[in-house]
Design a protein. Structure first.
Length: 424
């Protein structure tokens, strides 16, 4: 009997001990798992703002839940620094600079060494040169262009940006010293001969260079347009060097401004698109007379609301078209060359007789469209606009054809724009 009462007491003590243990666990576990009183936003107490927390209040990651999108850096211009480029809060186009400042670095004849032009690609990194950054960005999409050819263009960031914040690159090429150009009204000098210099009222004049703006890839799916503009940069430089000091020069002095890719967002889309990132056809977004009525009506009735040809909500609604419009105002080109594909013809708007051919391409005027660059520049502003339509959007013409188009363009410029007095 005594032994039975002892066992009962032992069982009772064990029960009390087990009960106390279960009570302690019940109190301790929720304290460890459930979050302490957090902030109003639901984060863990004391956690830095923007740091994500776990399901039970523990820190899940040392990084912010969403990192700000960094705009590509703008190097080599004060404009990029002033606009806050390189910071997460600057995805809008950089403010346009005054005309006196919005000038890309120019290359003059003999002004660069072979080492600068043909630098080893391993040494050229995106952090070192704007040209390398441009090539890293664009080259994978461009047919018929090697990396060394791309780097040799020495593109610079203009300070302006696309709708998605990508830099718009440009490049100027001009001769070191202006060579005299013949004037259409040549007058005899004292000895009865006609000088090879421009003569106005018997006085020799050194005319300013002819200003030419070359625009490529306004439509992002016309990849060859960008490559041709880039290839022509090298030809402009080679021509300057070859003709430096020639008397009289084989061609008139030219100040070239190249914008090889006006629509980088369309060109770099997963599938390249004609329109920009906002769905706007940039070649219908220029402020031609009557745009508000004519551009929407043309889009609705003639294109049947083709999304590839939407002119946008208003003229110059896009940063890319505003940038080109700025160049028309500030650079004041005397000729615009707009490169497209794939119709395989030439088009022309504006004064003077158009070129009959450039290489294999023959003149075949395509018409006038509300909001187009040809309509705006050629008809509204009176600046000749040569539109080149290459035969293929994805395959470059042979090198001989690239050179033939350049040669024919330069010959037409010499005979029509200079001898006819356009550039004077």
């Amino acid at each position: 009997m005594v032994r039975g009462r002892g066992l009962a007491s032992l069982h009772g003590a064990l029960g009390v001990f087990v009960g106390l243990g279960l009570l302690a666990v019940a109190v301790w576990v929720p304290v460890q798992l459930w979050p302490a009183a957090g902030s109003a936003s639901g984060g863990a107490a004391g956690a830095p703002a923007g740091v994500a927390t776990g399901v039970y209040g523990r820190v899940a990651s040392p990084w912010p839940a969403s990192l700000p999108l960094q705009a590509p850096p703008v190097a080599g211009t004060q404009q990029g620094k002033a606009s806050g480029a390189g910071t997460g809060d600057s995805l809008q186009p950089a403010p346009m600079k005054p005309a006196a400042e919005a000038t890309p670095p120019a290359t003059t004849a003999g002004g660069a060494t072979d080492a600068e032009v043909h630098a080893d690609t391993d040494a050229q990194t995106s952090a070192q040169t704007p040209a390398a950054a441009a090539c890293d960005l664009l080259l994978p999409r461009l047919p018929g262009l090697t990396r060394s050819q791309c780097l040799a263009t020495r593109l610079q960031a203009s300070g302006a940006r696309s709708a998605q914040g990508r830099p718009l690159y440009w490049r100027d090429v001009r001769q070191t010293t202006a060579q005299p150009r013949p004037h259409p009204r040549l007058q005899p000098v004292a000895n009865g001969t006609v000088s090879s210099e421009a003569v106005v009222g018997g006085a020799a004049v050194d005319a300013a260079p002819l200003r030419v703006l070359v625009v490529g890839a306004m439509h992002g799916d016309e990849l060859t347009a960008a490559t041709l503009a880039l290839r022509w940069i090298a030809m402009a430089e080679a021509e300057d060097v070859a003709h430096e000091g020639a008397h009289p020069p084989a061609h008139p002095t030219v100040h070239w401004r190249f914008v090889p890719v006006l629509n980088p967002d369309g060109l770099l889309a997963p599938k390249p698109t004609r329109v920009n990132a906002s769905g706007v056809d940039l070649n219908r977004n220029f402020p031609t007379p009557g745009w508000a009525q004519e551009a929407p009506a043309y889009w609705e009735k003639r294109t049947r609301k083709d999304p590839r040809r939407w002119p946008g909500p208003e003229p110059l609604s896009e940063p890319e078209s505003r940038f080109l419009h700025q160049q028309m105002d500030q650079f004041r080109p005397q000729l615009v060359v707009s490169i497209h594909a794939p119709y395989g013809v030439l088009d022309f708007d504006g004064p003077h007789d158009p070129p009959a051919r450039l290489g294999r391409l023959r003149m075949d005027k395509l018409g006038v469209f509300p909001g187009s660059l040809g309509h705006y520049g050629g008809l509204h502003r009176g600046v000749p606009v040569v539109t080149i339509e290459l035969e293929h959007a994805l395959r470059m013409p042979p090198d001989a054809e690239v050179r033939a188009m350049w040669r024919d363009l330069r010959q037409w410029m010499n005979t029509r724009l200079v001898l006819d007095g356009q550039g004077l």
